[in-house]
Ligand binder design. Structure first.
Ligand code: PLP
Length: 391
């Protein structure tokens, strides 16, 4: 059977499945971006993003991936000669440390690294202590939902710690697999900078990165000299004020994102958060009776991870899921803190998916574990997953 004849379910933690309504919008004829028509689309996307981010502050739309957006925030907001606190307990936290390393000479900043075992989440008090010991910190970087380890930190408590410390430290949050999936309140919690990308929970194709800037972050931009060119957030903020962007944008992606955001807000953020949490709960319940160990001390709800039982080969297992069931999930990563490639698999609960997709995936996982000779089942994953989803 050709691959295309089988229904495909993209359950990787990015990119994620895109609704047909969004795909159709992508096929619109290209319009010029310096037009009233495009400016009104961009303005609408900006307003919809504010509602998804739960902020009244600017949310900038950058061309590029989530990394483009986060790197732009990192380099645009740090004070020269200051310190930054960077938390890493997975691949993405490590990446943001690498970014500051890459700009080391240019920015002359010193990193205070809080490195934790993969699968762990930083204790808010630990951050508070680091802030108290280092009064000249200008930026704190945390990953809200660490996708490589399927782990979430307590962002609200972390924001409280940073707020308690005082005026100078801006809290930069990688919300790439939390915005649109986990409860998050940018303004109410006092998050200074919140970043995500189009291809995770926002139900659009890869290619756009979003940076929300709180008041203190906007003030910081006015305070320091520009650095970088494309990544200089001052340019993007100035354009944003005129419903514009500084460089030619991927016009149709932005059109598609508008439709996806409208669909999200029609469902409502609290309902999305509840649906996501429920899918996570069902998946974890299924893994449990299937005898699969998790990977995280503080699991996120935007995706779930499990360790492979002995004898299951990652590449062959995921190929069987794709080939025989049309189910696409992700493997693990290698990093400085752990070597999880080939050892774990991860399945997304983000975006345009529902409980039935989860049950299809659980059934396929159960079937292929059995086919590979695994016999550690304590019960039926499908049954326990279904009980959570439709009690
Ligand atoms: C996917 C992801 C990134 C990287 O985003 P890209 O769009 O691939 O650049 C960063 N952080 C987290 C937590 C992610 O899940």
């Amino acid at each position: 059977m050709p691959m295309s004849a089988k229904k495909q379910r993209l359950l990787t933690p990015g990119p994620t499945q895109v609704p047909d309504e969004v795909l159709r919008e992508l096929a619109c004829p290209i319009i010029h971006h310096r037009t009233d028509q495009f400016r009104s689309i961009l303005a609408e996307v900006g307003e919809l993003l504010q509602r998804v981010f739960r902020t009244e502050q600017p949310v900038l739309t950058l061309s590029g991936s989530g990394t483009t957006a986060f790197e732009a925030a990192q380099i645009s907001l740090v004070k020269p000669g200051s310190k930054v606190i960077t938390v890493a307990s997975g691949k993405f936290g490590e990446r943001w440390q690498d970014v500051y390393d890459a700009y080391g000479d240019l920015l002359s900043v010193r990193q205070i690294r809080i490195n934790l075992p993969w699968g762990d989440a930083v204790q808010p008090e630990r951050l508070g202590q680091a802030l108290a010991e280092n009064p000249d910190v200008s930026v704190v970087v945390v990953v809200h939902s660490e996708t490589s380890t399927a782990t979430a930190c307590d962002l609200q408590a972390i924001a409280d710690q940073v707020r308690a410390f005082g005026q100078d430290a801006l809290l930069l949050v990688d919300g790439i697999t939390s915005v649109g999936a986990l409860p998050i309140e940018m303004d109410a919690w006092g998050v200074d900078v919140l970043v995500t990308g189009s291809q995770k929970a926002l139900m659009a194709p890869p290619g756009l990165g979003y940076v929300a800037l709180g008041k203190r972050a906007v003030a910081r931009l006015a305070e320091i000299k520009p650095r970088g060119y494309f990544l200089d957030l001052r340019k993007w903020l100035e354009s944003w004020r005129e419903n514009d962007v500084p460089f030619t944008p991927p016009v149709n992606l932005i059109r598609g994102q508008r439709i996806a955001l409208q669909m999200m807000l029609d469902e409502g953020m609290p309902d999305i958060w509840a649906r996501t949490a429920n899918m996570a709960k069902a998946t974890r319940a299924a893994f449990e009776v299937m005898g699969l160990q998790g990977v995280s001390i503080r699991p996120t709800d935007s995706l779930s991870g499990a360790q492979y039982p002995p004898g299951i080969q990652d590449a062959a297992f995921r190929a069987a899921l794709r080939g025989r069931h049309g189910i696409h999930i992700a493997g693990g990563h290698h990093g400085r803190g752990a070597q999880w490639k080939g050892k774990i698999f991860r399945i997304s609960h983000m975006g345009h998916i529902d409980g039935d997709d989860m049950l299809a995936a659980i059934a396929a996982i159960e079937c292929e574990l059995r086919a590979a000779g695994y016999d550690g089942f304590r019960g039926s994953g499908i049954d326990s997953g279904r009980q959570v989803l439709s009690p």
